[in-house]
Design a protein around this ligand. Structure first.
Ligand code: PMP
Length: 361
């Protein structure tokens, strides 16, 4: 087998090895077609099957009912920061929960498009937590409530759904979609860039409750319009064929592992190993996130000095671990432990942390 690193990147992140190997086998002759899937017209049955199976398999994983439609779009999650308000504001004003850099980005794009009100911010404590249910008060007239389920940069995550009453709930799930079981029926719209838990970059998944499509104004460009994309099953224009094919392979792989319940159990175990190491370090490692808000996807922590942090990163790279340097707005270290980061890589990181503390603590 070729050389593989222990990949703790915040995204694009690790992909499952069996998926990469399947893609390699398919590369020049996909299913006996004599071509790669990238060379197939998106109007041919060969691609149609890939497209529809990817949709069906993600729908099975998430337990999507017929009330929802899954779209594949371009432009990354950041395009959705603008497309959500363009499609769903309908002249109203939306409520935003600002729990980090990406949530702030969504609010900022929302206010360019129309009415966007920040109803909660964790900025004063450098986004070390998410609000508890009692802390949010949502105006019943809001067009929707937008929040970010997992804050990739700060390492915080919602472990409950915000209470929005009858206000449609919209969520940026870019960094924790398919990592745990969720009750999709509670949402009006979910979006996520694929490149952390779902596949490579280049495609964004939008899951929209069909009744929301009535809000989408005709005046916006067609490829931005959820209703028009939905009517064409995301084939209004040429879709990102190869990323969608990869997302389909990842979905099949997750199903073969036992679906999201099984995936969630492993993810909880991985996160617990790292947080336990932080908590048992007597203050040598200090977690950024408040305990009730700890992310199971991005574990953020500091060491006693920035010199030690730099040494930690350099030494980790010497033993084939990558991506542990934290984002500049938090500093310190960040271990991103998405679905496809093996338990073995996390165990290796734990013993690396223990050894580092024993020699420097
Ligand atoms: N939202 C979240 C939660 C993210 O983590 C990211 C990327 N790290 C984005 C949005 C932006 O995604 P993209 O680069 O696909 O636009």
């Amino acid at each position: 087998m070729s050389h593989r690193i222990h990949n703790f990147s915040a995204g694009p992140g690790a992909l499952p090895l069996p998926v990469l190997q399947q893609a390699q086998r398919d590369m020049t002759d996909f299913q006996g077609s004599g071509m790669s899937i990238m060379e197939s017209s998106h109007r041919w049955p060969l691609y149609d099957q890939v497209h529809n199976e990817a949709i069906a398999d993600i729908s099975t994983l998430l337990g999507l009912s017929d009330d929802f439609q899954l779209l594949f779009m371009g432009g990354g999650a950041r395009a959705q920061f603008a497309l959500v308000p363009m499609n769903l504001l309908a002249g109203g004003s939306a409520a935003y929960v600002t729990t980090g850099r990406w949530a702030q980005g969504a609010l900022s794009e929302g206010s360019k498009v129309g009415g966007a009100t920040e109803i909660y911010s964790s900025a004063a404590s450098n986004h070390d937590h998410v609000p508890q249910p009692s802390e949010l008060s949502v105006d019943g007239d809001a067009a929707y409530l937008h929040y970010t389920s997992n804050n990739t940069v700060y390492g915080t995550q919602f472990h409950h759904l915000p209470e929005a009453g009858d206000v449609p709930l919209v969520c940026d799930m870019s960094s924790d979609i398919l990592s745990r079981v969720i009750d999709v029926d509670r949402f009006a719209l979910i979006y996520a860039g694929a490149q952390k838990n779902m596949g490579p970059s280049g495609v964004t998944c939008v899951i929209v409750r069909r009744d929301m499509l009535e809000r989408c104004p005709d005046a916006i460009p067609e490829t931005f319009n959820y209703r028009k994309m939905a009517a064409k099953n995301s084939l209004l224009n040429t879709p990102p064929v190869f990323p969608i094919y990869m997302v389909g392979l990842v979905a099949k792989h997750l199903l073969s592992l036992g679906g999201l319940e099984a995936v969630q159990a492993v993810n909880e175990h991985k996160a617990e190993l790292l947080y336990r190491t932080i908590d048992n370090s007597g203050g040598f490692f200090r977690g950024h996130a408040r305990e009730d808000s700890r992310s199971r996807m991005n574990v953020t922590f500091r060491l006693p000095s920035s010199e030690l942090e730099a040494e930690f990163v350099a030494n980790s790279e010497a033993v084939d671990m990558r991506g542990l340097k934290g984002h500049s707005s938090v500093g310190g270290l960040r271990a991103s432990i998405y679905n496809s980061v093996p338990l073995g890589s996390v165990k290796l990181l734990v013993s690396f942390m223990e050894d580092f503390q024993a020699s420097r603590g």
